[in-house]
Write a protein that binds this ligand. Structure first.
Ligand code: FES
Length: 190
């Protein structure tokens, strides 16, 4: 009787009658279904996260900074990116290409003070704790050197005499706009 009841229980569970191989197959199918669902939800979550939080660093766009001719050698421009990041764009040499400029974060990685370019010393200087960086943003003095902290660098390009910097964007609308901007640079960018 006990054996009969056990068999009925398995059948009413939606599976095969008693037997080792059908049960193994049922377990395999359940595991496969579970794995498939987990993979599906994982992929969905990853895509949703990337889409909704694209301002976290994955979405970038080219932003107009200045006309090339308007920035003299050694001069710097304070620039605020759409996501609020503060940059300092500096002309390092004569010429009409992006290589003549640098675009670095102007926020000291030590404790967040503002750095500025000192053309006479050819360095970025942080007055809070006498931190200093070379023109590439590498630390040369003070706490940033001890901690090996750099100034984040941003890509630059020049088109038709206009200087652009590539920075992170903030909103979903900005992210979509950035793709348009990236596909057809040279138009009104702001
Ligand atoms: S905050 Fe710049 S060196 Fe300390």
């Amino acid at each position: 009787m006990a054996e009969h009841g056990e068999a009925r229980g398995r059948v009413s569970d939606g599976g095969e009658p008693d037997g080792g191989e059908p049960n193994g197959r049922r377990l395999f199918l359940r595991a496969a279904m579970g794995g498939g669902l987990a993979a599906g939800y994982g992929t969905f979550a990853m895509m949703a996260g990337k889409f909704l939080y694209s301002g976290g660093g994955s979405a970038v766009g080219w932003q107009f900074v200045a006309t090339v001719d308007s920035v003299g050698i050694g001069e710097s421009i304070a620039y605020a990116a759409p996501n609020g990041a503060k940059l300092v764009v500096t002309r390092q040499s004569e010429g009409e290409t992006a290589d003549c400029f640098t675009a670095l974060s102007s926020v000291c990685p030590h404790l967040g003070c503002q750095v500025h370019w000192e053309p006479q010393n050819e360095r970025f200087f942080c007055p809070c704790h006498n931190g200093a960086f070379d023109r590439e943003g590498n630390p040369t003095e003070g706490p940033p050197l001890a901690a090996r902290q750099i100034l984040t660098r941003f890509p630059l390009k020049v088109e038709n005499g206009l200087l652009y910097v590539e920075t992170p964007l903030t909103t979903l609308a900005d992210a979509g706009d950035a793709e348009v901007r990236g596909a057809a640079p040279g138009g009104p960018i702001g």
